[in-house]
Design a protein around this ligand. Structure first.
Ligand code: PSU
Ligand code: MN
Length: 336
């Protein structure tokens, strides 16, 4: 691994909420594996809006150099909407909340030594001083530790097709059931089994709401999967009130806000659906399993559509970041 860029992001004191939490869990004022950037920690301490962002999308979800330009573009969307971006990643054994531009570049180079890090991997990679991208589940943990209640991404993991034999269910879903962070996504890709994913979220007690005037649950590239979310929220303030109520209730589970892809970027026709079906079949034929399934299928879909799907993907991630920033703004008004 090339060395992680130095400087820029200074280590800093933890938000008050975290100091309390860490002293309860490990008896020291500041867990030395956690690094919260000064900008993020100041914003959290003064309850200004912050939006967490994941990094597996950079290390394993998009090809170079689009992964880097997208990561920068998404942070810009958050800033333009008046919130502080907090990209979460693991860099040389530190769980980082808020990273520098050099660090985004480092993650985007997709060195084979970069890990894909979900809850189960955290203690291992931190203990070994390794680096990598955090998935939705890993990012939720980092965001929660730093006191950031909302996070934006493209799509979350879910129940894979054929899960009745493979048992392949993303740790993102159980994380949503156990960590009180709101995830703003464009639903789940149809590389997954969407109705089973919704059932599983219900079992986990996850509050799922479509952002908009209908309850149609979006399927990433398309605005309507054919299935319904249990709820809908119209506008940033309505979403923020629901999140605030959940936090006030002390519910320890998370919330999934599903934002349909903007109409002008929605994929029409069967091109992507065919590519998805082919990619899922290729993964099965090649015996791809475990953590490799999602990155494999994503890159195949991109190849099979000659990069067409990537454009929609980038557009929807940016849109989700804007929506999340709008909700974060309202949430910070409510919590002042
Ligand atoms: N879906 C996408 N792009 C992604 C991912 C999912 O369209 O980059 C990533 C996210 O980081 C998500 C992870 O948390 O894949 C889920 O992986 P798995 O299915 O192995 O749990
Ligand atoms: Mn899996």
């Amino acid at each position: 691994l090339t060395p992680v860029a130095r400087g820029r992001v200074r280590e800093t004191v933890l938000p008050v909420a975290l100091r309390h939490q860490s002293s309860m869990t490990c008896g020291s004022a500041m867990p030395d594996f956690l690094r919260v950037s000064e900008e993020v920690s100041e914003a959290v301490a003064s309850r200004r809006p912050v939006v967490a962002l994941e990094s597996t999308i950079i290390t394993h979800g998009m090809p170079h150099p689009h992964n880097y330009s997208t990561a920068v573009g998404v942070e810009t969307c958050v800033r333009d909407a008046g919130a502080v971006p907090a990209t979460v990643a693991v860099l040389r054994g530190k769980l980082c909340v808020g990273v520098s531009d050099e660090e985004l570049q480092f993650l985007s180079e997709q060195d084979t030594g970069l890990w894909k890090i979900s809850r189960r991997d955290l203690a291992f990679v931190l203990g070994q001083g390794l680096s990598g991208g955090t998935t939705v589940s890993g990012t939720m943990i980092g965001a929660h530790m730093a006191g950031v209640p909302i996070f934006a991404t493209g799509g979350i993991g879910g129940v894979h097709r054929g899960a009745e034999t493979s048992f392949d269910v993303s740790a993102d879903l159980t994380e949503l059931g156990r960590t009180p962070v709101t995830v703003v996504s464009a639903g789940v890709k149809s590389i997954l089994d969407i109705p089973k994913t919704l059932e599983y979220l219900e079992t986990q007690g996850v509050n799922v709401a479509t952002f908009g005037k209908t309850r149609s649950f979006p399927a990433f590239f398309t605005r309507d999967s054919g299935y319904l979310s249990p709820h809908k929220v119209v506008g940033h303030m309505e979403a923020a009130r629901m999140i605030n109520t959940s936090l006030q209730l002390g519910l320890t589970s998370g919330i999934l806000i599903a934002v349909p892809i903007p109409k002008e970027h929605a994929v029409t026709g069967e091109v992507i659906q065919d590519a998805i079906d082919e990619a899922v079949e290729l993964a099965r034929l090649e015996g791809v399993s475990g953590r490799d399934v999602t990155p494999y299928v994503l890159s195949r879909v991109n190849e099979l559509t000659s990069g067409h799907s990537l454009k929609s993907n980038i557009a929807l991630v940016q849109n989700n970041a804007k929506v999340a920033a709008g909700i974060a703004n309202c949430l910070s008004q409510l919590r002042r």
